[in-house]
Every structure is written in structure tokens, then in C-alpha cells.
Write a protein that binds this ligand. Structure first.
Ligand code: DON
Length: 303
């Protein structure tokens, strides 16, 4: 089967499920998104890209941005971030305060909100401006200089960030942040509010399928760090249902509450899917079903 035929077949398989789940409603900008949107894109390791449905419409990437923040933190063979954050699945909701209290300010992994806040703090030290550096990476790898923060989304997120502020203050109380809480929160909020299409998202993440190599062949991550980032996505990338996700899909993946999921088939391709309705864990309902159908149809899982 050709790639386009595969995507068309996946689309047909999941079409009865499009619209399933509940759209995130903690801010009006996300609540207003049409639940029947569905896009799926596939980018091969050599840069060809295919898509179906709303694959060229920008979505709010939300926590999918945590993959790119971690990639920048690990670039240049830098592993210091692992002294500040763990890499175990949390088994708790992504914004749980209790888990961070029990773990005495060392977040379980870089993909729960507390962990991502620590990664942002780390990137402030390494780069001075994490949002600028992540946007540069996305624009270059995606081949789209217009990828940017959705400022309305960022403003709305900032006005409703009480729980993330609580997490950041709890981290600060343990001495786990080196920059002011508000500076870290502003960067975190902007990164979550980046808008880009499935097409650009799939292309941008190609380095994860190319063992750390960027589109131009230069190295972003060492082979080991690319493997480790994929492993962390597999075990921690889909909130507290990462086990179920691995069971059904069998690929490294990272989801966001905007309904996007990024998935990696190492040495072959990357996939980005968007369907705004979420399941109880916060993963895209039809998005997960599409990735499930994809690996069932092709046999391309890591297992
Ligand atoms: O931090 C938040 O609440 C959102 N801006 C992003 C959350 C999300 O996508 C899930 N996080 N792991």
C-alpha cells in the first residue's frame, strides 16, 4: 500500500468515531473548536508528507510542545536535565499537585506539567528564551516560517493558569526553580499556545524518526538521546493512560489537550493527528483510534 492509501483507509476506519470525546473547556478558545475536526499527516524520514482531512489547519499543540522543549534541553548531548526531573510514568493526572508534594519537588517526568515547568526553567538558563528557540526549531524543521504562538490562546491560558501557578510555586518552595515563577509560567504558557498544522507537526518531529538527525542531516540529538526521548514518550507521553496507549498503538507518542497527538515510527515516519474530542485521560479520542487503526493496518509499531 502507498502512504496516501494507508491514510485514506485509516480515515475511513475512524470516520464513525469522529466527534467522540469531550473538547477541553478550561478556556473559551479551546472550548470553541469544532469537535468534528479531524486531520492526519504522515511525514517520511526523507521529508515527503501526506495527509487527509484537516491536516493543513493549525491546531493548538498544547502539551505536544513538551517534546520539543525536552529535545532542545537534550540537544548537544546535554543530559543535565535528568538531575532535575525523573523519567517514570506518573500514574496521576498531568496537573496533579499531590504527586509533586510526595516526590518532594522532583517531577516524575518531563511531560507532566511540573516536569515541563522544570524543563522550561532549565531552558531559560541554557538559551535565555525557550519559546524563541523552540519556534526556531519548529520553523526550520517544518519548513514553515509562519509557525507561531497564538497570542489569544496564550492570553487566555495565562488568565486561567491557577493550577500551573500552584505547581510552579510548589516547585519553587523546594528550590527546584532557578528563575522567577512568573517568568517560567509565561514561557510555559506561550509554548503550549503554539499553533501549527498536522502537516508541519509531522515534518518538524522527523528528527525523532531519524535517530536524532535534522532535516538537513545535521545532528540535533545523539542517537542515545533520540532513543531516550522516544522511550520517554512511549512510557509517559499520553498522561496516565500511557499503558493503554502502548497496548493499543505501540508507538512513542505525545498528546495535548488541543486534541493533537504526535507519534513516531522509528526509522520510517512520523504521524500527527488532530481530533479535538478528548477521552477521560485527556487524549484525543478519534486521534488515538486513528493511530490504533494505523498500526493495525500496517504492522508498523515498535513491537
Ligand atoms: O498546562 C495546561 O494546562 C495546558 N496549557 C496544557 C495541558 C496539556 O496539554 C496536557 N499536559 N500535559
Amino acid at each position: 500500500m502507498q502512504y496516501q492509501e494507508i491514510l485514506d483507509a485509516v480515515h475511513a476506519t475512524v470516520s464513525p468515531l469522529i466527534g467522540c470525546g469531550r473538547v477541553a473547556d478550561y478556556i473559551p478558545e479551546l472550548a470553541a473548536v469544532d469537535p468534528r475536526r479531524f486531520g492526519l499527516a504522515l511525514a517520511t524520514t526523507d521529508g515527503a508528507v501526506y495527509g487527509v482531512g484537516d491536516w493543513q489547519t493549525p491546531l493548538s499543540i498544547q502539551s505536544v510542545s513538551k517534546v520539543f522543549s525536552l529535545a532542545v534541553a537534550l540537544s548537544g548531548n546535554n543530559e543535565a536535565i535528568w538531575r532535575r526531573v525523573g523519567r517514570e510514568p506518573s500514574g496521576s493526572p498531568f496537573n496533579a499537585l499531590q504527586r509533586l508534594e510526595n516526590d518532594r519537588g522532583v517531577p516524575r517526568n518531563p511531560f507532566v506539567n511540573a516536569g515541563a515547568l522544570v524543563v522550561v526553567d532549565h531552558l531559560l538558563t541554557l538559551t535565555g528564551d525557550p519559546t524563541r528557540v523552540v519556534l526556531e526549531l519548529l520553523r526550520t524543521e517544518g519548513g514553515n516560517p509562519t509557525i507561531d504562538v497564538d497570542q489569544r490562546m496564550a492570553k487566555s491560558e495565562a488568565e486561567n493558569r491557577h493550577r500551573n501557578a500552584a505547581l510552579a510555586h510548589l516547585l519553587a518552595s523546594y528550590g527546584a526553580l532557578t528563575h522567577p515563577v512568573d517568568v517560567v509560567l509565561d514561557q510555559y504558557t506561550a509554548l503550549c499556545a503554539i499553533a501549527m498544522s498536522c502537516r508541519d507537526l509531522a515534518r518538524t518531529a522527523g528528527f525523532l524518526a531519524r535517530q536524532g538527525l535534522r532535516a538537513d542531516g545535521s545532528r540535533l540529538l545523539s542517537r542515545s538521546n533520540a532513543k531516550r526521548l522516544n522511550a520517554t514518550m512511549l512510557t509517559c507521553g499520553t498522561y496516565d493512560s500511557a499503558g493503554e496507549f502502548a497496548y493499543r498503538v505501540g508507538l512513542p507518542a505525545k498528546s495535548g489537550v488541543g486534541g493533537g497527538i504526535l507519534a513516531v515510527v522509528p526509522n520510517r515516519c512520523t504521524l500527527a493527528v488532530w481530533a479535538p474530542g478528548l477521552d477521560e485521560s485527556g487524549n484525543s479520542c478519534a486521534g488515538r483510534a486513528a493511530l490504533d487503526a494505523f498500526t493495525t493496518l500496517t504492522g508498523w509499531s515498535v513491537f
